[in-house]
Write a protein that binds this ligand. Structure first.
Ligand SMILES: [Zn+2]
Length: 305
């Protein structure tokens, strides 16, 4: 059964929205902000999106790309002429008036992307929650991530003493790899990060059993998937749905129970449970829950019992 569990309240270091490592851990490293490059890359991405939308006769896509570009230029001018630190990124330290839009087929999210490191609200929330609920940032902790976001990967690599690696089937990562047949040894990982991946994997059971195999007893897998909170049960598609980003299923409110069925103790946690509203607003953190699935500490083998 999935439950909402409030972790301990953050200590003083949490007030900046960043991780609150115990005293025996190093302060977390940050990636360097490159805001000019970040804005230009965002602009290039939106122009490509506008061109594709135009070709497909998708008027809303062209309009959204135009609005996002206009917002980018006004924010850039504002932050240059009259610098502000109303919002701050906990991954790279960039400060400004507001985070930048995230756009795509059917969505326009106005304040999501950091121009300094191009992370999104969910990456900033992840970096806030991970050290509180897992061994993330601890010296010697083995962390494996599938399909990493480039700058989040760079952030993890920069952490002193943390043993981080990443893999992916097609996109760029540190190594090529298949989540349904991983190269990692049994019971070798303390933390496994799997964000916005499962909805693309036809053989969910193979992926979940592999994640359980590579985790140490007491290790934690962290999941995030798009969830339709109005739907009770997960719906499997007959084939990848191009109108839904090629997802193979639409998860419903039963997602926590689904992953618990693979032999994990599961809890869903949102940043609203560990940070005050002002800190969430200032650091632009996603309030969508992340699912923390713990392999039982008494587990004697890699597989399902
Ligand atoms: Zn940033």
């Amino acid at each position: 059964m999935t439950t909402l569990v409030a972790p301990p309240l953050p200590d003083g270091a949490a007030a900046d929205g960043g991780p609150a490592p115990p005293a025996d851990r190093d302060r977390p490293a940050r990636v360097t902000p490159h805001a000019v490059e970040g804005r230009l890359r965002l602009l290039a991405r939106w122009l490509r999106y506008a061109a594709v939308s135009l070709r497909r006769g998708h008027v809303a896509g062209v309009r959204d790309a135009g609005w996002a570009s206009l917002r980018l230029f006004t924010s850039w001018a504002g932050d240059t002429v009259w610098p502000s630190d109303r919002v701050a990124c906990n991954l790279c330290g960039w400060r400004g008036r507001a985070f930048y839009p995230n756009i795509g087929p059917g969505w326009f999210e106005p304040h999501v992307v950091c121009p300094g490191c191009r992370c999104q609200d969910r990456h900033r929330a992840l970096f806030t929650l991970l050290p509180r609920l897992t061994r993330f940032l601890e010296r010697g902790a083995r962390v494996i991530e599938v399909a990493p976001m480039r700058r989040f990967e760079a952030l993890c690599v920069a952490q002193p003493g943390m043993d981080y690696t990443s893999f992916d089937l097609r996109r760029k990562a540190m190594h090529p790899g298949d989540i349904t047949a991983m190269r990692y040894a049994d019971t070798s990982a303390d933390v496994f990060l799997c964000l916005h991946v499962l909805e693309h994997i036809p053989d969910e059971a193979a992926a979940m059993n592999e994640i359980r195999r590579v985790l140490k007893p007491g290790g934690v897998a962290v999941f995030q998937v798009p969830i339709d909170w109005d739907t009770e049960r997960t719906r499997q598609y007959d084939a990848p749905d191009p109108s839904d980003n090629d997802h193979v299923r639409q998860y419903g409110r039963d997602f926590g129970d689904l992953i618990a069925a693979y032999g994990f103790t599961t809890k869903a946690v949102s940043v609203t449970e560990v940070l005050p509203a002002e800190a969430i607003e200032r650091h632009g953190l996603s309030t969508e829950p992340l699912f923390f699935a713990t392999k039982p500490p008494t587990s004697t083998g890699p597989g399902r019992e």
